[in-house]
Design a protein around this ligand. Structure first.
Ligand code: A2P
Ligand code: 11C
Length: 336
């Protein structure tokens, strides 16, 4: 069987990669519909070597769509995802609009794939990129010895903010190298040659929403509200690939060598952990443009008998968004 697939936000940073991954993985597509705002209607996007016309989402009738991949922001999902689901489509939503609703499954394909079937509203949520890569690496350890606490600092690339954020890093870098003013627009302060400890909105508790996503989504996906997560999320001047310095405390001790063996056998994970220059993953040398979640710098915690340190790097647009969405579509397609 093949499927009529709609990509909502097809002109965006994630939508474009959804199209290429659908083609790369030979997803059984009978018809591909590319949707975006009225701004880009009339233009085209590439799918499987063909130019596809971009249609205006606002005027589109979803009748007949089997699977819809949404990545056009939370407000677009809130308004249109229920309409697509009501018309019979299974919606896989990359925004945060529905992630925390009890009757919406939140699924990482390697971690809790069985949850895709549990979708009373016809909508499946794709986790945030920083949670996604962290859990692909931590879930296999959690299975061996339950994780009680996670301390995580993220180093997140600008592509997480979409095309305009990537353009701003490029523009500011060019300006500064020419002794000109970097003029922040999309980011609150200069991002080129800088770090910004602020992603998404501030919450009442002083954390940012990007940080709280790591708390909420980890508990929901692992199905354990007792897991303590202490996050700091930082934007860095990297184009593709999020990195995370992660410290976990498990119920019983996992040694670094055990962790390497568990992770080497885990789906979607690649261990890169040699104690020499370059023997660790970085966004540019490993993650950018590739599928795995890379784990390196696996060390014991000198301050805690059941602590373990890891460095986790992955392409935020691929595994962190588009790839997982397509993997969820594959799970839906395999239901028959
Ligand atoms: P458009 O190109 O027409 O603006 P990014 O995350 O890279 O900024 O991309 C956002 C994606 O979401 C783009 O494809 C964008 O389309 C789409 N989008 C934004 N607002 C809307 C809207 N109101 N209706 C449909 N698509 C939208
Ligand atoms: C970032 N994680 O790196 C964000 C992007 O909740 O889907 C994705 C936001 C989300 O900026």
């Amino acid at each position: 069987r093949s499927f009529k697939v709609a990509v909502v936000g097809a002109t965006g940073a994630v939508g474009e990669v959804m199209l290429s991954i659908l083609a790369e993985r030979n997803f059984p597509v009978s018809e591909l519909v590319a949707l975006a705002s009225a701004r880009s209607a009339g233009g085209t996007v590439e799918f499987n070597g063909n130019q596809i016309d971009v249609q205006d989402l606002a005027g589109f009738d979803p009748t007949g769509v089997d699977i819809a991949l949404f990545s056009a922001g939370g407000s677009v999902s809130k308004e249109y995802a229920p309409k697509f689901a009501a018309a019979g489509a299974v919606v896989i939503d990359n925004s945060s609009a529905f992630r925390y609703d009890d009757d919406i499954p939140l699924v990482v394909s390697e971690v809790n794939p069985e949850q895709v079937r549990n979708r009373p509203r016809g909508i499946i949520a794709n986790p945030n990129c920083s949670t996604m890569q962290m859990l692909v690496a931590l879930a296999p350890l959690h299975k061996v010895s339950p994780i009680q606490r996670i301390n995580v600092a993220t180093y997140q690339s600008v592509s997480g903010g979409g095309r305009s954020a990537m353009e701003e890093l490029g523009r500011q870098t060019g300006a500064l190298l020419n002794f000109q003013d970097p003029e922040p627009e999309r980011f609150p302060v200069q991002i080129a040659f800088n770090l910004i400890p602020h992603i998404d909105d501030f919450q009442d508790n002083g954390f940012t929403k990007e940080e709280m996503k790591l708390v909420w989504e980890t508990r929901k996906i692992l199905g354990d509200d007792s897991i303590m997560v202490n996050p700091t999320a930082v934007r860095v001047p990297v184009f593709f690939g999020h990195s995370e310095a992660v410290n976990i405390e498990t119920e019983t001790r996992i040694t670094p060598q055990q962790a390497r063996e568990i992770l080497a056998a885990a789906p979607g994970v690649e261990v890169v952990d040699e104690h020499k220059a370059g023997g660790y993953p970085t966004p540019v040398t490993h993650a950018s443009g590739t599928d795995p979640v890379y784990v390196g710098r696996i060390r014991e915690d000198l301050s805690h008998p059941r602590g373990l340190n890891l460095w986790i790097v992955s392409d935020n647009i691929r595994k962190g968004a588009a790839l997982n969405a397509v993997q969820l579509a594959e799970l839906v397609a395999s239901e028959g």
